[in-house]
Design a protein around this ligand. Structure first.
Ligand code: ATP
Ligand code: MG
Ligand code: FE
Length: 337
């Protein structure tokens, strides 16, 4: 079964074709970073309009790269939430219409399930049960995955998401938008130990997170400093270590609580080198294993949507011929596959 995947929940237009027999056939992404840079954040209406401009050319490009005609598709999957309502509507309307025109089934994909299943796209031998750490721009969650579609939320952030904390901390030290990856690059040059920040909520039991206080700690340290390039790098290092340690401590707890021997990590912060190393070490110590998608499939992409959609289409899930999106969507409400 060849499935076209469409991702337009935020500021990247992602398209891919996943073939249940042959794997990923082609994928392409258009990032709107340059479009939103002058505003310092995503402008929803500009995002929707750019998806309109980019989506069909990307679909054509991906089909050409896969050597397929539209009629070779057996289904269409599109992100239906959570995300920006206008941006979601573009992908949902185009995906649903394409499926109708081709007379193939369409399926609405939950964006976070897409992230969560990306490690399985990369490693076909990987199967639930496992614990998933979802660390992205809008979410920080630990999820117990019993089966595809059977998700129990173990813990989540009470305020900022980990990626949001990276972005906001970068911004307050004057780094250009989007700051998260830039802050991580800067941290590579930072000296360990000069700044030590709290590991929020690790001194009490539980699997929830809180990252907004860390940002304030960095702000105070930054304001009281010489604001030199080296100080900025040292602060970035201290901040990154605090976030990574905190995530690792909670992952270990989640593995203890569930008895799982596999941790999967997904979402944009999963691209972070120090987080990947730390979780590898943690898994090795415990005789557990950890799996990450390649960095490009940690952040938003069409491949994860094509893959998640293919699993759901194979299980018989179908969308009616109406275009609906769900900007706020609880993953625990999804049907089992
Ligand atoms: P959500 O998936 O929750 O709706 P999103 O789609 O905006 O949010 P992603 O695309 O998964 O989030 O990830 C983007 C986030 O990942 C940004 O906050 C960005 O700062 C962060 N990020 C990307 N690369 C890195 C990195 N190397 N280190 C730390 N953070 C990173
Ligand atoms: Mg993005
Ligand atoms: Fe995302």
């Amino acid at each position: 079964m060849r499935v076209l995947g469409i991702e337009t929940s935020c500021d990247e237009t992602g398209v891919a074709v996943y073939d249940t027999a042959a794997g990923l056939r082609a994928h392409a992404l258009h990032s709107q970073v340059a479009l939103h840079a002058e505003y310092g954040g995503v402008v929803p209406e500009l995002a929707s309009r750019d998806h309109v401009r980019r989506l069909l050319p990307l679909v054509r490009q991906v089909l050409a790269e896969a050597g397929l005609r539209p009629a070779d598709l057996d289904g269409v999957a599109y992100t239906a939430g959570p995300g920006l309502v206008g941006a979601l509507m573009v992908g949902a309307a185009a995906g649903r219409a394409l499926a109708w025109a081709l007379d193939v089934p369409a399926v609405a994909v939950h964006h976070m399930e897409g992230h969560l299943l990306a490690p399985m796209l990369e490693d076909p031998a990987l199967k639930p049960p496992f614990v998933a750490l979802l660390v992205s721009g809008g979410h920080t969650q630990l999820v117990q995955v019993r089966a595809v579609g059977d998700y129990e939320l173990l813990g989540e952030t009470l305020d900022d998401a980990a990626g949001e904390a990276f972005d906001k901390t970068a911004k307050l030290m004057g780094l250009p938008y989007p700051g998260g990856p830039e802050l991580a690059r800067l941290a590579e040059r930072g000296r360990p130990g000069r700044f030590r920040f709290a590991r929020p909520m690790t001194d009490r039991p539980g699997l929830d997170f809180s990252f907004s206080g860390l940002k304030t700690q960095v702000l105070l340290a930054w304001q009281g400093s010489d604001q030199s390039g080296q100080t900025r790098a040292d602060l970035a290092r201290g901040f990154e270590e605090a976030v990574v340690d905190t995530l690792a401590i909670k992952c270990a707890r989640a593995l203890d609580r569930t008895g799982a021997d596999t941790l999967v990590v997904a979402g944009g912060v999963g691209a972070n080198r120090r987080l990947r190393e730390k979780l590898q070490a943690l898994a090795a110590e415990r005789g557990a294993r950890v799996r990450f998608p390649r960095p490009a499939f940690c952040t938003d992409n069409g491949a994860m949507i094509a893959f998640a959609g293919a699993l759901r289409l194979q299980a018989g899930q179908r969308e009616p011929a109406a275009v609906t999106v769900t900007p706020r969507w609880d993953m625990a409400s999804l049907p089992a596959v």
